[in-house]
Design a protein around this ligand. Structure first.
Ligand code: SAH
Ligand code: SF4
Length: 359
């Protein structure tokens, strides 16, 4: 029989070790979370950094089988914030000392879109005296576009691999050139070569996904040497093709619990990376993000999208805070973070230590 403490103190976790940890319960689960908590405190401290999340458009040319804003879903009111609205949200983040913003949207790979983002990036740097850090989460683009956006001031990029198992990847995406696993992987490599801090991650509790898949996901993130991670539970959406398989899913609570374990194990495997407490955790458990912060996450992405659009950016059901404005989120989050024994790194970029020490 394996002993949990032997595993937790190994220098490298094997596939079997990770599967073992994903299976622990009761006191062994407590031991895992306690250990990841200590590692977090030791390597990145009990500081949480904010990234003001601006979900500026739900127009998407892709049709991922799990996502509520997929191109083929006709029940979505499509919106696209104006540049002025985006810049207002950036100003809100800047004034409130969030120090960083994330620009996220459905995927568009047109020249007009690439140009629009480039112009916006220069403008954002300009109106904030270069003080705001910028993360992009705009899907797969050409190397040239990634480079232009980097030159214009973006320095972090989030592109989840969604699943590191190509077979599973093609079960949750259409099998065509727009949804190529190989291309997604190549994009991650290009982003790294350009010099971005690269974030990736997966969904946890997908239909057809096994614990071995999840353990391999963590080994993939480690092997790719990511700088940041965003991963959270998969949550079904009735207007998507994957909804058909809802009866095969683990109960939401179990998906949530697995997501927490994935975060804890990754913190142990990669102590200095930035790990986000994904919003999807909160969709299942009202205290979900706080629980993630306690056991390993150190990044929060408060939603600063103007409230009236939030209901139209529903990647999954029960998305929290869709009836609130950015101001409400700030007050509520401050109290929530201090409950976890963490402080907020106001005014600090909070770049990935893993990245800064590497370069
Ligand atoms: N279009 C961009 C960014 C927006 S989607 C992209 O795809 O990269 C951001 C993330 O939302 C995706 O990477 C996916 O992991 C997550 N997501 C989408 N649908 C989801 C669902 N039903 N449950 C949980 N996460 C979901
Ligand atoms: Fe579009 Fe991203 Fe949703 Fe896929 S996950 S459909 S690319 S918004």
């Amino acid at each position: 029989m394996q002993n949990i403490n032997n595993i937790l103190h190994k220098t490298e976790l094997t596939l079997n070790d990770i599967i073992y940890l994903l299976n622990v319960n009761d006191i062994n689960e407590k031991a895992l979370f306690l250990h990841s908590q200590v590692i977090k405190q030791q390597y990145v401290g009990n500081i949480v950094y904010y990234r003001g999340l601006i979900e500026f458009s739900n127009i998407c040319e892709k049709s991922c089988y799990y996502c509520g804003i997929r191109n083929e879903n006709i029940n979505v009111n499509r919106y696209n914030l104006t540049n002025a609205q985006i810049l207002d949200a950036v100003k809100f983040a800047h004034v409130n000392k969030y120090a960083s913003v994330v620009l996220q949207a459905g995927e568009l790979a047109t020249r007009t879109f690439a140009k629009r983002i480039e112009t916006l990036l220069y403008k954002i740097k300009d109106i904030t005296n270069n003080e705001i850090g910028i993360t992009l989460s705009l899907g797969e683009q050409t190397a040239q576009t990634y480079q232009r956006w980097f030159n214009a001031g973006a320095h972090r990029y989030l592109l989840r691999i969604e699943s590191s198992n190509p077979k599973l990847y093609y079960k949750i995406h259409p099998n065509n050139t727009k949804h190529s696993f190989e291309n997604r992987l190549q994009c991650l490599q290009i982003l790294k070569n350009i010099g971005y801090q690269v974030g990736s991650g997966v969904m946890i509790g997908l239909p057809f996904q096994t614990l071995t898949d999840m353990a391999n996901d963590l080994l993939f993130l480690k092997q790719f040497d990511i700088d940041m991670c965003g991963m959270g539970p998969y949550i079904e959406h009735s207007d998507t093709p994957l909804y058909e398989f809802r009866n095969e899913l683990l109960p939401q609570k179990q998906r949530f619990n697995l997501a927490l374990k994935m975060i804890a194990i990754l913190r142990i495997m990669m102590p200095k990376i930035n790990i986000a407490a994904a919003t999807a955790l909160q969709a299942i458990d009202p205290m979900g993000r706080e629980k993630a912060i306690k056991i390993g996450a150190n990044i929060l992405m408060p939603n600063i999208t103007p409230g009236k659009y939030r209901n139209s950016y529903k990647l999954y059901e029960n998305k929290p805070c869709t009836d609130e404005e950015a101001d409400d989120c700030t007050k509520c989050l401050d109290a929530r973070v201090s409950m976890t024994g963490n402080t907020i790194g106001y005014g600090q970029w909070g770049d990935s230590k893993h990245f800064t020490e590497k370069t």
